[in-house]
Write a new protein. Structure first.
Length: 285
């Protein structure tokens, strides 16, 4: 009987330990782009064939690592960094904080810059992001590709941060922090509310007036730590379906199955599944 009691006590103790582990787990997803990094001002800065690309690739790693550091400072137990720019092969594995996991390379699914997100995460952080196409007083503003004039879903015109936040919202995960130029910080707050953010630069006559890479890293680390500590204040960006997309482009691509051509350069697509809408967007953008 004594041994049976000890076994029960041990089992209960293990159960409590498992429950405690679940309660203290804190997973953070960090999506990193390039156009919104400190100092970036032209496409050549973020193009792999450019002689300056290695310099800005290093800045990308520095801002990503500052976000990772801030996440762990705030109590994160797991961090996933998603390389979100271009071919998704910008962050070199050896340059990323070893406490984090790195997801790099193109994915075939519609999540794209949010590949890897699921319901086990507690917070999302955006680093190096930029404003949507057509945004005034912005640096390298565009939406996914230079071919996109505008993307709206359910009547709301969205930057990349907007539809990426919608993807996170599918899994009830809030975006808690945004870093990029001042235009995108303001744009994202207009969509998601007053989340934490760092404007690493601002546009002045098509030039970039901004922080040094070191200054940006310091502010990002502090901002991410604060955002994750206060993550319960942020709400997932949940847009109820069905979803209706209006896509305007400069040059037309082949129609995605089920899409409708409204007029030259304008298409619509509807579905109860947001990821199916993003598949259509990726095919026609």
């Amino acid at each position: 009987m004594r041994f049976k009691s000890l076994a029960v006590i041990a089992c209960l103790a293990l159960g409590c330990a498992s429950l405690l582990a679940q309660q203290t787990r804190l997973k953070v997803f960090i999506s990193v782009d390039m156009e919104g990094l400190a100092g970036v001002v032209t496409n050549s800065d973020v193009t792999p064939t450019s002689p300056d690309y290695p310099h800005f690739r290093a800045i990308m790693a520095g801002e990503a690592n500052a976000a990772v550091d801030g996440a762990f400072l705030a109590g994160a137990t797991e961090v996933l960094v998603r390389d979100g720019h271009g071919s998704k092969q910008n962050l070199l594995p050896g340059d990323v904080d070893p406490r984090a996991r790195l997801l790099r390379g193109q994915s075939v699914g519609p999540k794209n810059m949010m590949e890897g997100i699921d319901k086990t995460f507690d917070a999302v952080v955006f680093i190096g992001y930029h404003a949507k196409a057509g945004t005034p007083n912005a640096i390298l503003e565009h939406t996914s590709t230079g071919n996109v004039v505008d993307l709206s879903i359910n009547g709301v015109s969205l930057p990349e941060a907007g539809y990426n936040a919608m993807v996170a919202g599918l899994y009830d995960v809030p975006v808690v922090f945004i870093a990029g130029d001042r235009a995108v910080v303001e744009q994202v707050r207009g969509l998601l509310g007053s989340i934490e953010g760092v404007a690493v630069k601002e546009e002045i006559g098509d030039a970039s007036n901004g922080l040094s890479p070191e200054g940006a890293r310091i502010d990002i680390k502090q901002g991410v730590a604060k955002a994750i500590q206060n993550r319960t204040r942020a709400k997932p960006y949940k847009v109820p379906g069905p979803y209706s997309m209006v896509l305007k482009v400069k040059s037309e691509r082949p129609l995605y199955a089920g899409a409708q051509r409204v007029r030259e350069g304008e298409f619509t697509f509807s579905s109860p599944d947001l990821l199916e809408v993003l598949k259509a967007f990726n095919a026609m953008k």
